[in-house]
Design a protein around this ligand. Sequence first.
Ligand SMILES: O=P(O)(O)OC[C@H]1O[C@H](OP(=O)(O)OP(=O)(O)O)[C@H](O)[C@@H]1O
Length: 295
Amino acid sequence: MRRLILPMPGNEALAAALARACDGETGRVETRRFPDGESYVRLHGDPAGRPVDLVCTLARPDPGFLALVFAADAARELGAREVTLVAPYLAYMRQDIRFLPGECVSSRSFARLLSASVDRLVTVDPHLHRHPALSAIYSIPTATLQAAPLLADWIAAHVDAPLVVGPDEESGQWAGAIAARIGAPHVVLRKTRLGDREVRIDLPDLSRWRDRTPVLVDDIASSGRTLAEAARGLEAQGLPRAECVVVHALLADGAFEELAPRFARITSTDSVPHPSNRIALAPLLADALRRDLRD
Ligand SMILES: O=P(O)(O)OC[C@H]1O[C@H](OP(=O)(O)OP(=O)(O)O)[C@H](O)[C@@H]1O
C-alpha cells in the first residue's frame, strides 16, 4: 500500500517532495488550540494498514511537541502499520550530560519520549556530541543520514577554488569528508565554548590560502556565534569573504541578519525551513524510506 505522508504544520514542502520521491500520498494534520490552550489534532488521510510517515523538523520543538505525539498516537490507533518520524533536524541532542548537579539530561529524556511515540526515526546528522550513536539513547530503529556528500556537491558546483574550513574539532569529520569528495584542501580551527552565546576560536596561520575562498562547514548554526567568530578570524588573516554551508540552520533571534554581511552567502539544507535553504534533503530521506519499504 502507498505510504501516507503526513506533514506537521510548516513541513508541507518537504512532505510533498518526499511523496513525489517515494510515490507516497500526502495527507494533512490539522492542529489548533482549544480555548484553554490545549492542542487539538485531527488527521486527514486514512492510516489503516499503511506505513505512515510523520514529517516534522524538530527545530524549536516545545510548542508543537504534544501535537506531534498526539498525531502519532492517532495514526497508531487508526491502524497504521508502522509510524516513522521523519525529523531531518533532531532536537535536544546538546544537553547530553549533567553539566551541573540536578540538571535534566534532556537528550535522553527526549529520546525516551519519542521512542515511546513512534516506531522508527529517520534523521540527518544528529548532533552526536558524546553519544556514540542514536541507538545509545533511542530504543527504536533509527536511520542516521549524512548530508556531507550533498554539501560537498553544492560547494563543488558553486564555489571556485574552495578551502573547506571546520570551525572546531568536531566539525573536522565533515570538513575532511567534504574536502576529500571535491578534491579541495581543508583546515580545522579550534573552538572553546565559553557560554550559550559565547565562543572563542583560535586559527592557525592561513596566509598560504589567500588565493582560495574559505567555506565554513558545520552541522548546526544556532546563535551563529561559532560562524561569526570563525569568519572574523578568517577576515583578520586577509582571506577572501567566506562562504558558509551548514546542515541545520536554526539561526535564532536575528542571528541570520547579523551573520549575513560577514559571508558571501549562507547556505543550508532544508532540514529547518529557512531563507538560506538551497540544498534539498528529500532525495536522501526518500532513499531511506524506500530502503525501509524493501525491508
Ligand atoms: O551557532 P552556535 O550557537 O555557535 O552553535 C552551533 C555550534 O555549536 C555546536 O557545537 P558545540 O560543540 O560548541 O556545541 P555544544 O557543546 O552545545 O554541543 C555545533 O556543532 C556548532 O558548531
